[in-house]
Design a protein. Sequence first.
Length: 94
Amino acid sequence: ENVIKMWHSQQSVWNLMEQNPKGVHYARVALLRSDVVYLTELDIYETKTRKQLDYNNSVAVIPMFARYPVNDRMIYGPYDAARIWASERFSRMD
């Protein structure tokens, strides 16, 4: 049940971001849980290969901690990839 609540929260955050009053469009997005301490520096353009940057904005990164590949703690990457992760869980469930 806690997982379902968390998914609803992540979807709500995404919906708030999309309803921004200034109409800002984000090309690259990071979604991070506020109850997790991240001990290393985060560059949202860095791919899983350290020091390799995603200049084409085509790589979404889900870190290999937690229960990879199911990681609810962090994702960063292109807007469309983050949107799927944050807002399409329920519609993709059977």
